[in-house]
Design a protein around this ligand. Structure first.
Ligand SMILES: [Zn+2]
Length: 230
């Protein structure tokens, strides 16, 4: 099993990252269970929601919050904000950005599903702000998991118009969006130090060996990203 992750995340005491496609399509929660078991994570302690490209953030700040989310019907949302031990959360992507945020001692941590619509709705900024409001202390860290990079993310004028011109790349009469730049700007605006945000260049669309990509294949197959505090 290959998990793309950030050593700083693991060093802070969290377990998490984005799985390569080798374990299969993770769209169904049932398909994810063996992954958690392999990592000695109780599968029932990983929370799930239904993603809608919104800017809705689910706060899980207490054990009661966690149990309520676990027992309630699956809700619509696109970001998790956690401050509990022994719990975690999952998202699914296939070109969208899995955005991981956490504070110095991993007391507060977040995982957001940021497609271009979520980015335009400023979900990265709002998630980072929520992290601070939940009491993030010390250095705040960010890591952007594998997603569609500027090499492949061609858009039409209507989509391009919703981004800052500095996040656009023009080549051979085509327009491409650089989601990394846009998200970096939002996180910096929320008070993160850009030097603490890592944006490794893994392109889901360009790397068929490792990743599913909606843009490339037009098949509903999803990669799993998760974060968990033991
Ligand atoms: Zn690419």
């Amino acid at each position: 099993m290959t998990i793309f992750t950030d050593n700083r995340l693991l060093a802070s005491g969290l377990i998490g990252g984005t799985l390569s496609r080798h374990r299969g399509n993770m769209q169904e929660v049932a398909a994810q269970q063996p992954v958690y078991q392999d990592l000695s994570i109780p599968p029932e302690k990983i929370l799930h929601f239904h993603q809608t490209h919104s800017d809705t953030i689910v706060p899980v700040l207490t054990e009661q919050d966690a149990r309520r989310v676990q027992q309630a019907p699956v809700q619509d949302a696109d970001a998790w904000l956690l401050a509990v031990t022994g719990w975690g959360a999952a998202i699914q992507t296939a070109d969208c950005v899995p955005l991981f945020l956490w504070d110095e001692n991993a007391r507060v941590f977040a995982l957001a599903h940021c497609g271009w619509r979520g980015v335009v709705k400023r979900l990265p900024f709002k998630t980072a702000q929520a992290l601070k409001q939940a009491g993030a202390a010390g250095t705040m860290y960010g890591w952007l998991g594998p997603h569609i990079q500027v090499c492949c993310f061609e858009v039409q004028e209507d989509v391009a118009a919703q981004f800052s011109p500095t996040s656009l790349h023009h080549k051979n009469g085509k327009i491409f969006v650089n989601l990394n730049l846009e998200i970096l700007r939002q996180l910096e605006e929320a008070g993160l130090n850009p030097q603490e945000i890592k944006t490794p260049y893994y392109c889901t669309c360009g790397d068929k060996e490792n990743f599913f990509s909606w843009r490339r294949d037009h098949i509903r197959q999803n990669l799993l990203s998760f974060i968990y505090k033991p």
